[in-house]
Design a protein around this ligand. Structure first.
Ligand code: ATP
Ligand code: MG
Length: 569
């Protein structure tokens, strides 16, 4: 990647790693991991974790990052998600060490360790149902109650656990628990579950297993198996750390790398929901058109919306890595893509709500090809030719018959410049029987062409309009997107009277998608490919949608040129 590494901001994790290297911890070895559960598509929150974990292995020489699918719950996981996750990480510009890893690759080893714990009297099969066990948990200030099955013999435990594995028992009828301390002030140490019975086919192991390890049991041990040095996770796992360490205390061998868990704050964005459960709900209920709907905060949705990998990496860097939880303004994300596209996206002309403009004194049938700069921010971007003729389209809202002095667009009797072309003057307009304007007539100053070097070409007029030639323009469909939610905290509102949570879908923005048919765009756009980004002059940034073809152009709006929400607050 082209970023200057020395400019990377230091944060507490990078400082800690630098210290560890100085003290030669783990012999200078650094191995990180990114451990998604393949139960949904990755979202912008995951991107923060990806940029951290994979970014570190690019910054520290000889370091690596594993991609490990935490596939411990067959009820919710799917190969589709595995594939999408890999694609998204690579699209962001990162690579994992070797082949992707799967927690399910370690099921046999995890089982063997569970048997070891049973033999050492540190784990037992509990025949109670989950709700009975929950009722015995106690509270942070009162100790829990020991299960009546806690002191079963090792032999009985081994036999029952094997029976669980072999599928002899029903789902929910038994669990394997670690035998730690029912009075510990940390609730996670009150005999946590290691295994539950799930009789569902797993996307990798099929029907081989009837028991599946819990997150806490699988996670740290998988880190240990892989030789992970630094296990970086979000702060909600801070209270799990003593359990992470308890398991390692029982199982880790001397002389082997012992992973260390460090927590950082998760990314929260306003106007956004980020729980995979809620995102799945939006997809399943058809509120959006799939996981990659451009309104979704998923990486695939952002990609289809026109976000670039670089803009997302820059955003993650700006947000930074801290310990304290906070909510980031989504306008920072929008700023990041605007900033990147400003440097890279070619400027083109497109008219979204076209109205015919006829130049009365321009020669019938004539076409001039005028030079248009591709990107004033990028001197290597060159220029292209755009056709100009007697009949053009301009934006309907760019004309008023008469207007006050603050209206810097076209009115009757006033002059404006057509971008890259001539100065025109409004002369008259044609209306239908309902009084709607159907056509505007103007005259042009033939000496005023931009770049022609004449005195008239330098003449300053108050406004500049974008336009396309009617004869040459290409039809396009344009999807205008706006924020999916119109409330800052859609999944955190409570009814002031009942104090009950309000369904997040109450706050869906009814104007999050507006489809415009019959837009007119300049002909050069026919030659582009899906995924190309543009600035439609004066309108914002747009991307050619993945379903677009040269006969059926479809653009998605990424963001406007300015933050349109700033003034609403
Ligand atoms: P969800 O709660 O939405 O289901 P999750 O945390 O369970 O998300 P995982 O697939 O387990 O999803 O996440 C993989 C990794 O991404 C974890 O290490 C997790 O900490 C990290 N991650 C998930 N959400 C965020 C977030 N909002 N900010 C930073 N990191 C995140
Ligand atoms: Mg998780």
């Amino acid at each position: 990647m082209e970023e200057n590494k020395s400019e990377k901001r230091m944060d507490f994790i990078r400082e800690k790693i630098t210290e560890e290297l100085k003290s030669d911890k783990n012999g200078g070895k650094l191995l990180f991991r990114f451990p998604p559960e393949p139960n949904g598509y990755l979202h912008i929150g995951h991107a923060k974790s990806i940029c951290l974990n994979f970014g570190l292995s690019q910054e520290f020489q000889g370091a690596g990052t594993n991609l490990r699918f935490d596939d411990t719950n067959p009820a919710k996981e799917d190969q589709e998600y595995v594939d999408a996750i890999k694609e998204d990480i690579q699209w962001l510009g990162f690579n994992w060490e070797g082949e992707p890893k799967f927690t399910s690759d370690y099921f046999e080893q995890l089982y063997a360790w569970a048997v070891q714990l049973i033999k050492e009297g540190k784990a037992y099969v509990d025949d109670q149902k989950a709700d009975e066990i929950a009722a015995q948990k106690g509270t942070p200030t009162t100790p829990g109650t020991e299960s009546p099955f806690r002191n079963r013999s090792v032999e009985e435990n081994l036999e029952l656990f094997e029976g669980m594995r072999e599928g002899k028992f029903d789902e929910g009828s038994r669990v394997l628990r670690a035998k730690i301390d029912m009075a510990n002030s940390n609730m996670h140490l009150r005999d946590p579950f290691l295994y539950r019975i799930i009789k569902k086919s797993h996307h990798k192991t099929g029907d081989k297993w009837s028991i599946y390890p819990m997150y806490d049991w699988a996670h740290g041990q998988s880190d240990y198996i892989e030789g992970i040095t630094n296990s970086l996770c979000t702060t909600e796992f801070e209270v799990h750390r003593p359990l992470y360490n308890w398991f390692l205390d029982q199982l880790a061998e001397k002389g082997k790398i012992r992973p260390e868990q460090t927590e950082f704050s998760r990314l929260n964005l306003n106007y956004t929901v980020m729980s995979k459960r809620k995102l799945l709900q939006l997809v399943e209920e058809g509120v959006v058109n799939g996981w990659d709907d451009p309104r979704m905060p998923t990486i695939s949705g952002l990609r289809r919306r026109g976000y670039t990998p670089k803009s997302i990496r820059n955003f993650a860097e700006k947000v930074g890595i801290t310990k304290r939880d906070n909510v980031i303004d989504v306008s920072l994300l929008e700023f990041a893509v605007r900033e990147d596209l400003n440097k890279t996206a070619p400027r083109v002309m497109a008219v979204l709500d076209p109205i015919k403009l006829v130049i009365d004194n321009y020669e019938e049938g004539k076409t001039e090809w005028l030079e248009a700069e591709n990107n004033p921010e990028d001197e290597n971007s060159g220029s292209r030719q755009v056709p100009f003729s007697k009949e053009l389209y301009i934006e309907r809202e760019d004309f008023k018959e008469s207007a006050n002095r603050k209206f810097f667009r076209l009115t009757l009797g006033k002059e404006v410049r057509l971008k890259n072309a001539y100065i025109i003057k409004g002369e008259s307009c044609v209306k239908d029987e309902d009084g709607n304007i159907t056509e505007i007539h103007c005259t042009y100053d033939p000496l005023s062409r931009s770049g022609s070097g004449t005195e008239e070409s330098q003449r300053k007029v108050k406004g500049t309009l974008h336009w396309v030639s009617a004869e040459h323009a290409v039809d396009a469909k344009v999807n205008l997107y706006d924020r999916l939610f119109s409330d800052e905290a859609p999944d955190a509102r409570k009814d002031p009277e009942t104090k009950e949570s309000i369904d997040f879908k109450t706050f869906l923005n009814p104007e999050s998608l507006q489809v415009l048919e019959g837009c007119k765009v300049e002909p050069s756009l026919k030659e582009n490919k899906a995924g190309d980004n543009f600035q439609f002059q004066r309108l914002g940034y747009f991307i050619l949608d993945k379903e677009s073809t040269s006969d059926n152009l479809i653009f998605n709006k990424t963001v406007g040129l300015k933050d349109s929400w700033a003034k609403k607050k």
